[in-house]
Design a protein around this ligand. Structure first.
Ligand code: HEC
Length: 244
């Protein structure tokens, strides 16, 4: 019997580590990426590309403005797949960690793609649209590159219909796109977004500009700030009285 005691203790310890594993999954080592950031610029004459928020850009999907915001918003909330929570060891808020579940040019072998709509996001959470998954698919088929687009939006466009709706859906929708929304902030339709921002203008602007007057958890979207031109479009929309 004495001989068995260490085994029993070992067994108990192992069982406990399984029970508690949901809470202390070891943070996967953050390796520095060797993937080159490919800077994508709009074609000079505006020809031949697709439109992104109203501007013609090259046909290459921008990881930073088109793909990452979706994974941050729809998968990377606190309690799920942000750096601190890393549920099931999955982190979706940066390129290096996302690549753990994405295989370039092989969408069927990319578990972070195939799971979308098949269990994730959980049914009770806002779901990505077919346009969102199409963007991710295209990005994978183009090689899942760390493409980076800066300021490719057309800041002369700032109505709800031609800019703001898409910005809010892509960058905020996973957390504030269905009622009641994270922190009771619902931004899922024109009237609600306008009403919320009208009464909380300073807080809203500070949140989207990642102002240091706010604690880090209040800077929106969490993890990654939007590119300046999208912030500018939102600010113009607000300053001009929320044009529809
Ligand atoms: C991954 C989930 C997530 C995304 C994406 C997200 N938010 Fe939030 N948001 C939260 C959470 C959680 C809080 C509460 C934060 C706190 O109080 O610490 C919050 C709070 C806020 C607040 C109120 C701040 C406060 O102090 O109460 C505003 C305004 C806001 N979000 C706007 C946005 C906007 C605009 C976007 C998109 C550009 C966005 N959020 C994207 C999760 C998210």
């Amino acid at each position: 019997m004495k001989k068995l005691i260490p085994h029993i203790i070992f067994f108990i310890l192992v069982s406990f580590s399984f029970i508690s594993c949901k809470h202390d999954i070891i943070n996967p080592t953050l390796t520095t990426t060797t993937d080159t950031i490919v800077v994508v610029t709009p074609p000079a004459n505006g020809g031949g590309g697709t439109t992104n928020g109203g501007v013609t850009v090259s046909d290459t999907v921008c990881f930073n403005t088109e793909v990452l915001p979706l994974y941050v918003s729809y998968c990377g909330s606190s309690g799920c797949h942000d750096v601190n929570s890393h549920r099931s060891g999955v982190i979706t808020v940066d390129y290096t960690n996302l690549k753990n579940g994405i295989k370039a040019k092989s969408p069927n072998n990319s578990s972070y793609y195939t799971i979308i709509g098949n269990g994730m996001p959980p049914r009770s959470s806002p779901q990505m649209t077919s346009a969102h998954t199409a963007t991710i698919l295209k990005w994978i088929n183009q090689g899942a590159l760390n493409t980076n687009c800066n300021n490719v939006c057309d800041t002369t466009k700032f109505t709800y219909a031609n800019a703001v709706q898409t910005i809010l859906a892509d960058n905020c929708g996973g957390c504030h796109g269905s009622k009641p929304g994270s922190a009771n902030v619902y931004l899922g339709d024109y009237a609600s977004a306008k009403a919320y921002i009208t009464t909380n203008k300073t807080l809203f602007i500070n949140a989207i500009t990642h102002s240091t007057t706010l604690v880090a958890s209040q800077r929106m979207p969490p993890s990654t700030k939007m590119v300046d031109c999208k912030i500018a479009q939102l600010q113009k929309w607000i300053a001009n009285g929320y044009p529809q």
